[in-house]
Design a protein around this ligand. Structure first.
Ligand SMILES: [Ca+2]
Length: 460
């Protein structure tokens, strides 16, 4: 581990010049030289990357590191100064960006400064009053199909996609849900043509959910097909999401459309169950934009609507929207691995959600040990034609050897982790554990759990 906090400023001031710093490696100490680059939001990529004349982008710093590692055996440190770094594409590290055991590459925050690596963009908004405390801003790029976003951050806080019921930030985990009136029975016919054309249902998989009109919205929705339902399985086993196909007032039923891949749902042979204990809310409904903090994007017209809290000055607000799904990628291969790169002290923010992305054509739904202690990978096929390609089976099981021949889990180890005393909740592993050989490090029991960022009532 490095212990160079005190000399970071010096390192940056003397970028490119070798400086002496102490490296502690176990009990041994040795003098090594270190190269440093500096990045700041008010810098320039035309600069040399010093503390006084920093780069502006991580991409530029990464390029400088890449040149440096070709000729240097010194540790390299890239120091970021306070601010938000909006990425235009994910930072991608390959073997060319790698350090070595004696000369690692470290991207780090200036101590005491808040650095955000953002997958979003600041969105300039010319707000105009709409009605009922709601404001509107034209976003031409959305109308032109050049921009789309599924979250909105105002002054650094994620806002609420217009929903029913409203979410109360002071009562997280409990507010903002209604209970379903049960699943849709198989005897109920879908009111829309071809309700199952995008999926193969297993028997008993949820097609939708019933609602109690006394507990449901009284508003009618112009575009129910845009809405997304978030619903718990029975007994709160997990939560699930679907696009809504339609809401049928007569049937008192919300019919589900497509969804992303989610465990226990649809084509799975042990599908999710919904019942009266299933809590849900529905979001992305313009008519439900009625509470402070809620927003809605009209993609057809390219207009963002938002209802700020009373007293908030939208004219001065920073609005940010995510555009990237990923911020950092390590693209090594077995022959050309990525190694000895550290990213530390950063806050990663503003990535697009992926929960409704299309399912893969085939899914590894589970890897588990059977009663006999063998490794089994179970693969479920999404569609019948995929299954037909594999001897007509709907699900396939593979041994570890077979699984590896397919290219998966080649470097995984299937073995007893050798916990110290799991019955008494001591999940440290013994010195002879194979997990340690993979790089796992024990930590003290009791030092894990919810962090300070979780609401207080969840931590107590
Ligand atoms: Ca609402």
């Amino acid at each position: 581990m490095f212990k160079t906090v005190a000399c970071l400023d010096i390192c940056c001031l003397l970028a490119f010049l070798p400086v002496r710093t102490q490296v502690h490696s176990g009990v041994q100490k040795a003098d090594v030289k270190e190269t440093a680059f500096c990045v700041a939001t008010n810098g320039s990529d035309q600069n040399p990357g010093t503390m006084a004349n920093p780069f502006a982008t991580l991409e530029k710093a990464k390029a400088a590191v890449q040149e440096r590692v070709k000729i240097s055996r010194q540790p390299i440190r890239v120091l970021l100064r306070e601010g938000t770094y909006y990425l235009s594409r994910p930072l991608e590290f390959s073997q060319e960006d790698s350090g070595s055991a004696g000369a690692p590459v470290t991207y780090t925050a200036q101590p005491g400064e808040r650095i955000t690596i953002s997958g979003g963009i600041p969105l300039p908004c010319d707000w105009k009053p709409y009605r009922d405390g709601i404001w509107m801003a034209a976003v031409p790029a959305v109308k032109q199909g050049k921009l789309d976003f599924d979250q909105v951050f105002v002054n650094g806080s994620r806002q609420i996609l217009a929903r029913y019921p409203d979410y109360d930030m002071s009562d997280p985990g409990k507010s903002g849900y209604v209970n379903a009136a049960g699943g849709i029975p198989e005897s109920l016919r879908s009111p829309v043509a071809g309700p199952n054309d995008d999926m193969t249902f297993s028997s008993g998989a949820p097609r939708g959910v019933r609602f109690d009109p006394a507990a449901f919205t009284i508003k009618s929705w112009a575009k129910p097909g845009e809405a997304v339902i978030h619903i718990y399985q029975a007994d709160y086993w997990g939560n699930l999401q679907w696009k809504i196909r339609t809401v049928n007032e007569t049937q008192k039923a919300i019919w589900f459309g497509d969804s992303g891949w989610q465990i226990g749902a649809k084509w799975y042979d042990n599908p999710a169950e919904l019942d009266e204990s299933s809590r849900f809310f529905i979001e992305n409904v313009f008519e439900e934009l009625d509470a402070p903090g809620e927003w809605y994007l009209d993609r057809k017209e390219g207009v963002l609507y938002y209802k700020p809290a009373a007293g908030d000055d939208l004219k001065k607000a920073l609005v940010e929207v995510p555009v990237l799904e990923q911020l950092v990628r390590f693209t090594g291969t077995q022959d050309r691995p990525v190694h000895h790169i550290r990213l530390e002290g950063f806050r990663f923010a503003h990535t697009r959600s992926t929960f409704l992305k299309p399912r893969l054509e085939q899914i590894d739904s589970n890897c588990f040990t059977s009663d006999l202690g063998n490794f089994v990978a179970r693969v479920h096929f999404r569609r019948e034609q995929d299954a037909q390609n594999t001897d007509g089976k709907k699900a396939e099981k593979y041994s570890l050897e077979e699984w590896r021949k397919l290219g998966f889990d080649r470097n995984s180890v299937f073995a007893d982790p050798m916990f110290v005393d799991p019955i008494n909740n001591d999940y440290r592993v013994k010195p002879e554990s194979p997990a340690l050989k993979l790089g796992f490090k024990n930590f003290e029991m009791g030092s894990w759990g919810l962090t300070d960022e979780f609401p207080a009532q969840w931590r107590n």
